[in-house]
Ligand binder design. Structure first.
Ligand SMILES: NC(=O)c1ccc[n+]([C@@H]2O[C@H](COP(=O)([O-])OP(=O)(O)OC[C@H]3O[C@@H](n4cnc5c(N)ncnc54)[C@H](OP(=O)(O)O)[C@@H]3O)[C@@H](O)[C@H]2O)c1
Length: 302
């Protein structure tokens, strides 16, 4: 039996949903809900961002409280949890949400996710925290990836909303900070890789190599990484950190070349210097024959 019954209207099946926050991601979420035939109410702090969605059949609310009152499930997707607090915590909105469900798809830290879950529990609001791991263009398609954490029952009851948003959804457990913890770790991989790519473009350019020339080979380097993630995860689990084939002593030599060429062109080598510094610290502690991922254990020591 569905938990949702308060806000249905004729012609729609499934829960009525409100989307608070109509940036690129909020608009994509609301669009997918509309495409799936769910009754959808939208609201954004700055007026006017709902026009296209209203033309497609969404109800435009004048306030966040009005949107929340029209829905069984309120999806909030704004820039960070300060913005979430600004949207959800005014008394009128909190009162409208009591007894209903909030799916928070905003990105922030695990601590903020736990704090928001505690606030929701204290106000009788069912709460699931989520992280979106793919760009707005994937929403409503099989390529979308969502991670969730919070009560299993709330996750289960959100099946019609999850189906409408498309892609794959993974419930990581009841501890509300888990989705944000995965998000932070995965964004760590993404942004350090992007910093490396931006730096590589600058160094390559200084050497007369264009971005277009480099890109196909960078794709090859990218393809090397997925099996390395799997293998080194096994190493971390076993505590082995095998350096067979590429010990830290060899890795630092390669990094030093990058720093040297970069600085010879007057290009900031901060990202690579940081990586080299971590590797040298591990070598200094006697781990020179280990693989690079020994660094994870070394920098985690307190
Ligand atoms: N875009 C993507 O491809 C993508 C992918 C994965 C995850 N995400 C996550 O999804 C969330 C939303 O991202 P986004 O791309 O839609 O754009 P965004 O720039 O991160 O957020 C824009 C939204 O936040 C609202 N906002 C900002 N401060 C506010 C405040 N104090 N009170 C109320 N609303 C406030 C904006 O309202 P106004 O219009 O009034 O400024 C707008 O609706 C973020 O946490 C982001 O990390 C986005």
């Amino acid at each position: 039996m569905s938990t949702y019954s308060t806000a249905r209207s004729a012609g729609h099946s499934g829960p009525a949903v409100a989307v608070l926050g109509l940036g690129p991601m909020g608009r994509a979420l609301a669009g997918a809900l509309l495409d799936a035939g769910l009754r959808t109410t939208v609201w954004n702090r700055t007026p006017g961002r709902d026009r296209e969605l209203v033309a497609r059949g969404a109800a435009g609310a004048r306030s966040a409280a009005e949107a929340a009152a029209a829905a069984d499930v309120t999806v909030v997707c704004v820039v960070n949890y300060d913005a979430v607090d600004a949207v959800l915590r005014p008394d009128g909105v909190t009162a409208a949400l009591e007894g209903r469900t909030v799916l928070n798809l905003t990105a922030d830290t695990p601590a903020r996710a736990r704090d928001t879950a505690a606030w929701a529990a204290a106000h009788g609001i069912r709460y699931l925290d989520g992280a979106i791991m793919t760009p707005a263009a994937t929403i409503g398609t099989p390529d979308a990836v969502f991670l969730h954490s919070g009560p299993e029952g709330t996750y289960r009851d959100l099946l019609p909303v999850r189906d409408a948003l498309g892609g794959t959804h993974t419930h990581l457990g009841e501890e509300p900070g888990r989705a944000a913890a995965f998000d932070i770790a995965l964004l760590d991989v993404f942004w350090t890789a992007m910093a490396g790519w931006a730096h590589a473009l600058a160094v390559a350019r200084a050497e007369g190599v264009t971005a277009r020339e480099l890109a196909p080979f960078a794709r090859g380097i990218g393809a090397v990484l997925p099996p390395v993630f799997e293998e080194t995860a096994r190493d971390v689990a076993d505590g082995t950190y095998s350096g067979e084939g590429n010990p830290l002593t060899s890795a630092v030599s390669s990094m030093a070349h990058i720093v040297h060429v970069s600085e010879s062109h007057g290009i900031d080598a901060g990202v690579m210097r940081a990586a080299e510094g971590m590797a040298r610290r591990a070598i200094g502690l006697g781990h020179g024959t280990d693989g690079f991922v020994r660094v994870a254990e070394v920098i985690g020591r307190h």
